[in-house]
Design a protein around this ligand. Sequence first.
Ligand code: AMP
Length: 313
Amino acid sequence: MNCIKSDILQAIATHPTIIIHRHIHPDFDAVCSQIALKKTLQQSFPEKNIFAVGCDAENLEWIGSMDVIQDHEYRDALVIVCDTAEMKRISDQRFQLGATLVKIDHHSDGENYGDLTCVDPSYSSVCEMLADLFFSYPESFNLTIEAAAALYAGIMGDTGMLKNGMAGERTMRVVSQIKKFSFKPERIHRLMKKNGTDLSKWKQLVAYRAQVTEQGIASLRVTKEMLENLGLDSYEAAPLIHALVAYKPARIWVLFIEEDGKIRVRIRSKTAPVNEIAKKFGGGGHKLAAGALLSSWEEADQVVEDLGEKRMR
Ligand code: AMP
């Protein structure tokens, strides 16, 4: 972390109210880090007001629900934003109303925002960052079973159940410390699976609509019209990227989804880094998983072309 862990502890200790945010289109790590931090702070600092806010994340509600708070709660508050590289992607833009802003993130190429910026891409997930912080100060942080379970789910989410190459030696150490709490990992695995999507229903769609270039770039374009025909909104169509990866052999996979006059792109790669190209189009992310919001289908063509050129070099 570029800010030292004791700075975070100091910021927490000196504010009466702490409001925790994360990104739009939340994934496991975003919601789990938010809820794990909330529950740990509630247990460790019972005299403080602790809230977790942001748009509802329907499939992730089993991890914890969001608080609905009034603007005045932000006065004198410490706002901690988890897992969000850029300010425009923070869910609930009232984060700006707080007295002090802290960013905790593991994306390598984000925006430098906040009074305190704790960014370290060597961590698999923000849940791993938080677990490391909590275990570094056992006299200050009291973990509950619920918080430990959320940390576990967040780490499993971002590391693809420890299988996608993001998990390192520290991840394993932290997981073994978290597992000392008596939550049931099998229950979490079951809930994660259940709340994932059954991809097989998209097998045909991928077979007929996805295209693969000579350079091994598989892409699928989901237009507004297709969304209507499928009876899905853009959020519900986002897991199609997993079906593309599962059913279309390639080296890089790209899903385009039309939403609100823009095109959301989700990029996944086996080995070649893709975040530089996402960044070129105003987005960002990790080496093997990145995304951006595009303005046109011409830009979508350009993304595929650029990824192909990168592969050829
Ligand atoms: P996703 O495909 O939405 O799961 O995103 C993969 C990674 O790329 C995540 O780390 C996101 O935070 C990042 N990402 C996705 N979209 C954007 C964007 N528009 N701007 C910056 N980062 C993004």
